[in-house]
Design a protein around this ligand. Structure first.
Ligand code: PEP
Length: 261
């Protein structure tokens, strides 16, 4: 973390919670627990709860804190015959961020590098901030392919952008073997990946690369978060499991804020 960048801590609620009241209660609890923190706090509920959560947070202007809303995915196209999908136009007014290319979508919904490229460009074109996820599997890590996978996925994700500066792009390095396993990456691993990401971004746009928030994701907790955000190129976290508990999520955000001071 460097003081030049504002920390970003985003919660990926995945397919939780199961009902609307619990979703809005969690959003309000996050808003209260993170009130006053000098960080960009984002909650990413399931699509069906976006409206309720956005309303509960007053479109990111909740009285307690300033929590932004993110979608967990979207289609790149504005409209059309895409059963079950959500377009960037539909997210306008409900979400400020959108997670793109999460490994679970790559794995279970066949989200390809090409789809990620289209979605990242579309999100930016529609005024949304994409949180582009990249990261290697356990097999790829064992084969020594971590840097190769990061490079391939990142170059694809930015391939349809004219420039990085001003795009708002956020990149999340999420090694698949660390997601939901409790087997979190080391701070050194997170920094190596984040530095590689920033170096690739800097090839075409050095100033833009400095602006980009690079997050670590994978079993992040209040207990281990400080180790990540102490790294110079890690600017926050994308949080799964711990984001479902407002106090634990706020603990991660607190670590990020303290690292940036
Ligand atoms: C995620 O799914 O983005 C994630 C990081 O999950 P967890 O924190 O549960 O590992």
């Amino acid at each position: 973390m460097t003081a030049a960048r504002t920390p970003v801590v985003a919660g990926n609620w995945k397919m939780n919670p199961a009902d609307r009241a619990a979703a809005t209660a969690l959003a309000v609890a996050v808003s209260e627990a993170t009130a006053g923190m000098a960080a960009r706090i984002v909650v990413c509920p399931p699509t069906v709860w976006l409206t309720a959560v956005s309303e509960a947070l007053d479109g990111g202007r909740a009285a307690a804190g300033s929590v932004a809303v993110g979608a967990q995915t979207m289609r790149a196209e504005e409209k059309g015959a895409f059963t079950g999908e959500t377009s960037p136009l539909m997210l306008a007014g409900l979400a400020q961020y959108v997670i793109i290319g999460h490994s679970e979508r790559r794995q279970y919904d066949n989200e390809t590098d090409a789809a990620v490229a289209a979605k990242v460009a579309s999100a930016i074109a529609h005024g949304l901030i994409p949180i582009a996820c990249i990261g290697e599997s356990a097999d790829e890590r064992r084969a020594g392919l971590t840097a190769v996978v990061i490079e391939r996925q990142l170059r694809a994700a930015i391939s349809r952008l004219e420039r990085i500066a001003g795009s708002g792009l956020v990149v999340a390095y999420e090694p698949i073997w660390a997601i939901g396993t409790g087997d979190a990456a080391s701070g050194e691993d997170a920094q190596a990946a984040a530095a590689q990401v920033r170096a690739i971004l800097a090839e075409s746009d050095p100033a833009g690369a400095d602006e980009v928030a690079i997050l670590y994701g994978g079993s992040a907790t209040p207990e281990n978060a400080a180790e990540y955000v102490a790294q110079p190129d890690v600017d926050g976290a994308l949080v799964g499991g711990a984001s479902l508990d407002a106090e634990r999520f706020a603990g991660i955000a607190r670590a990020a804020v303290e690292a940036g001071e």
